[in-house]
Design a binder for this molecule. Structure first.
Ligand SMILES: [Zn+2]
Ligand SMILES: [Zn+2]
Length: 392
């Protein structure tokens, strides 16, 4: 096949783009992966083609790999994995809106991997993350993830990375944007806020980083894993808390209330007024954490849910009503979240370096999934974020 035959239509500089092969890391069925050659995407009038350089592994990728599903979403056909990526622009389409100066060939960019319809009331209303026509990388029914050489996106969904931000950190803008969305956008965190974050996994840690970067006063990390909490303390948390044990015969709501009271008492946090908890974010999805969070937040405070757990859970609704707790869902990211994420890193307000614990070559992608699933590598080293290189 000649190079000319696979050139996307409408390329302004066909001579500059000499496509290589396009190997992809494919999930065939749970725990069954392999490499396959994919066609090179044809760039439409408002799109750009990116050569992927780095891809981070996400909890959702690991769920699909491990179980063939993520919550209610099931793998329907073989799917290329990966959605946390950065790369280099190798092609700009003719009408590309950002092609007129902002994004250039050769730019290093972070990818926002969800393509929306732009027409529905949610898109038009500024909440494109809940667009019902969303096509998201490595999320069925979409087929294509970013663990391949070439990936195309509408031109406004790539964000130029500043000189100081490396491509491996560019790949981490996706999970960081989830944290920015939850803390800054949904949580409306202000300087001096006291926050509790449930779950010291990648998203929880990033949320602590964002809270710190935006000037939070106290940042309480809650987890059942002591090692993760110690890491959180070194990273961004000001306080850590391991929930007390549930008593025999104690119901979950009773336990959660007691644990929330214990947390506040142990850490010397008042239930209301100065020093009380303004904002809670849950990155676990665990019923007891959700109940604890809703009991620990101050009257009039805000609670943001990003973690996934059982679909139906009990919450202290009486308290939500009578003490006017605001509950918000935080789903992926919306307008302004990627630019803020990049800016926080560029200005040194969020440090991604300690969170990037492992890097792998493209040919060793499976190992990245295995150690992320295990939480530890072969040598027993703690795994937070694995980043895989693009194909060589
Ligand atoms: Zn992700
Ligand atoms: Zn839409």
């Amino acid at each position: 096949m000649s190079a000319q035959a696979v050139l996307p239509k409408g390329s302004p500089h066909p001579a500059e783009f000499k496509p290589k092969d396009n190997p992809a890391f494919i999930l065939h069925d749970k725990l069954k992966t392999g490499y396959e050659e994919q066609p090179i995407p044809e760039v439409g009038p408002d799109e750009v083609l990116i050569e992927i350089k780095k891809t981070g592994i996400c909890g959702s990728d690991v769920h699909f790999y491990n179980t063939g599903a993520m919550g209610l979403v099931k793998l329907q056909e073989p799917m290329c994995l990966g959605h946390e990526s950065s790369g280099i622009i190798v092609q700009l389409a003719v009408n590309s809106v950002v092609g007129k100066g902002t994004i250039q060939l050769g730019d290093k960019v972070a990818l926002e991997p969800g393509v929306t319809c732009r027409m529905c009331t949610d898109c038009r209303g500024g909440c494109y993350q809940i667009c019902e026509h969303m096509v998201f990388a490595a999320y069925p029914p979409s087929r294509g993830g970013t663990l391949q050489r070439y990936y195309k996106l509408p031109a406004d969904l790539v964000y130029k990375l500043p000189e100081s931000v490396g491509l491996e950190y560019g790949a981490m803008m996706e999970p960081l944007s989830v944290a920015v969305h939850a803390i800054a956008n949904k949580g409306q965190l202000r300087t001096g806020y006291n926050v509790i974050i449930f779950g010291a996994g990648p998203v929880g840690l990033l949320a602590m980083g964002v809270a710190k970067g935006l000037g939070a006063n106290r940042i309480v990390a809650v987890d059942i894993n002591k090692e993760r909490l110690q890491f959180a303390k070194r990273y961004a948390a000001t306080d850590i808390y391991i929930p007390i044990k549930q008593n025999e015969g104690e119901s979950r709501p009773q336990y959660s209330l007691r644990a929330a009271q214990d947390l506040l008492l142990t850490l010397g946090i008042p239930t209301r007024g100065p020093g009380s908890i303004d904002l809670v974010m849950d990155a676990t999805g665990a019923e007891v954490c959700i109940q604890m969070g809703l009991n620990a937040v101050r009257p009039g405070g805000t609670y943001v849910q990003t973690g996934f757990g059982p679909p139906d859970i009990q919450i202290p609704l009486f308290r939500v009503t009578t003490e006017e707790i605001t509950i918000k869902g935080g789903w992926r990211y919306g307008n302004g979240d990627y630019p803020l994420a990049i800016d926080l890193v560029n200005r040194g307000l969020v440090n991604l370096e300690p969170l990037l614990t492992h890097t792998f070559k493209f040919k060793d992608a499976l190992e990245a999934f295995e150690i992320t699933k295990a939480g530890k590598d072969k040598n027993g080293k703690f795994v937070i974020k694995c980043v895989i290189d693009g194909p060589e």
